[in-house]
Ligand binder design. Sequence first.
Ligand SMILES: Nc1ncnc2c1ncn2[C@@H]1O[C@H](COP(=O)(O)OP(=O)(O)OP(=O)(O)O)[C@@H](O)[C@H]1O
Length: 707
Amino acid sequence: MATTATKPSGPVLDWSAGHGPVTGALSATTGAFALATTGAATSMPPGWALAVGAAGALGHTVAGLRMRYAGRTLATRAASWLVGAGWTTWAMATGPLTWTALGSLATIGVGIGAAARSVALYEEAREEEAYAAEQRQIAAELSAERRAIAAEWIDRIQRVCSITVRVVGVEQWATGTGYSIDAELPPGGATWSKIAAESARLSADARLPHGCTATASPGIHQGRVIIDVTTVNVLEQERTYPTDYGPLSLHTGIPWGYRTNAEEIRAYLREQCALIVGPTGSGKTNLVHSILAGFARAEDVLTWVIDLNAGSAGLPWVLPALNGEISTGDGTPVRSGIDWLAGTFDEAMTMLDVAVRVAKQRKMGYQGVLAKANTDLLPISPKIPQIMLVIDEGAEILASPDRQVRKLGEKILEVIRIARAMGIRTVLTALGATGSVLNNLMIRREAKVRVALTGGETEGMDLSKMFPGSRGLRVDQAPYKGAGFMGTPESAAALFKAWRILPNQIRDIIAATSDRHPVLDEISARAAGPAYARRWDGDRTAWMLDRTPDQPRTGSGAAGGGLDLSALRREQPAKPATAEEEMLRRFREQIDAQFGTAPDPHTPTAGGAAPPTGGGLNLSALRHEGAQESPAQRAALALLLAAGREGTGASAIARALADEYGTTRQTVVGWLKDWVKDGTAVRVGEGTKARYVHHHHHHAPEQPPES
Ligand SMILES: Nc1ncnc2c1ncn2[C@@H]1O[C@H](COP(=O)(O)OP(=O)(O)OP(=O)(O)O)[C@@H](O)[C@H]1O
């Protein structure tokens, strides 16, 4: 009786027989919902209300099971990226949607609706439906075990809670670690919370292993209850980071770890910042690496890491590339797994300044895009990536008594405050002492993706502060390294465990994702300027190489590593430096190439008011030619123009720029070389007499630019 299907009216009740998210979502597309959403997806606000309404009205079974959070997920997530047109942008930018790329029921529900325009996709969905029907058939025959579970729990709930429920469905988790029971409460005023209150006794009655629970939560309406029963304690187990390093998107969420039912949990960070609390030894560093892994895999995320603790959180993501430990088959340089690493106060300050500049510039530069998309949320895509600032022990920076460090803290808060719409978000970690941080209004409001790693620590862990409004979380429920609690706006705070990520996995991910990382969009890159473009310069990364990596635990190169790191450093003074210089140079070239290949706005036809040839000293020429350059570079170009026929030299330009931009002679030499190459400038004279003349002033007819 338990798993019958009453087809024609109302909700389908046979979800126990193996509905996947696809069928759930498909029934959405097969209805009027598809039509409605097609329009709605492009016309924002009523869209998500409708989507949620339709999904709710659907009352589809899986839906039934997952709706608990899916409903909310739809609402919030749809609100955040459907309303913001982010999703459509993303869908268009990422090209054909694949089922695997769409990570959740909610995603697919919305995704199908919006993409139903695409006939091909719709056809694919029909095939999926046919397949699912077949699967249902097979599953019906497998339902004996489910029936047994249903009978057992009807008895148990009767025994323990004195409530006689009718089990509507049983779904065994694909992870094999438990099952969910969907039951109807008897008429007469029984509520799901009565069952929830008896969780411990139910677990004992069911003889569940330690760490496993039977937790009741509201069903699809108030007369229904869902009981999740875990039968395997996955928090205790060590699970390594899944080895599928396939692409991810910020919009479909980045998996951070898994729940007690072994299902992964994702962080949605388009608008949210994150806060991670974990005392030493709780597995915080490991979690940070898992998070960086997810960001590295994402096609629309650039990760900037601040770690004043000698950069140790970021180094494993940089050094393998920097040291040339990894090679791609075709000999192209491997990009580091993170886009920028600041290990010193100054570099961190530079990074935060750049972040602020980028946020402001994006606001101005993308006004047209925002207006067109009718949104104030910048549509993030691989072309306009989100910047994720990961600040290890950032909470400690915010709470620091040191004036200098506090300045850094203020900058962090500024970024959090101004950059949400413009696609810069932060992940802060904290060792503890969260009081001062959680009392900060900005953090409270903007950082709602939260993790508390307990790892057995019970001291100073105030879960009610971290997860306000959630009850019954006890630190002693997760006494394992890497385990704790995670809550997001989409998923209520509950037990969580991070995957263990091993150093060789980090290396594999760097290699696997090297050609997947986005590059900073032109508008942002211009605002970021040389401070960003030169972030891998030798003088700024010397500290990374100075510090002998503790990473190669695999014992590959640094075999004699021992503990005397300084000895190791002394042994090989010059040689690694050159190899690394080389690596750095390749990094730089790659970045330069990226900027260099940006479309040149100064095309002969596009000039408009500016005559493409012989424009003399006119400002629009200046503007056009400097369009993709930094302010310093533009200033240098202006100086070159101003120098007229006489021309000028690198030293003179550098002297003039030093105060305002801190530009070095070497940098200017680089620009001049580039300008000679592209014909902007002409080099005259030799050796110490060499000077550079802007081509507007250089009328000597037959002097080809040297290269
Ligand atoms: N998710 C996990 N699963 C299993 N074991 C883990 C996990 N996370 C961490 N560990 C174990 O705990 C040890 C410490 O982890 P980690 O270095 O990340 O802790 P930490 O909190 O950053 O400590 P510290 O601040 O002292 O570095 C690891 O070496 C590993 O053995």
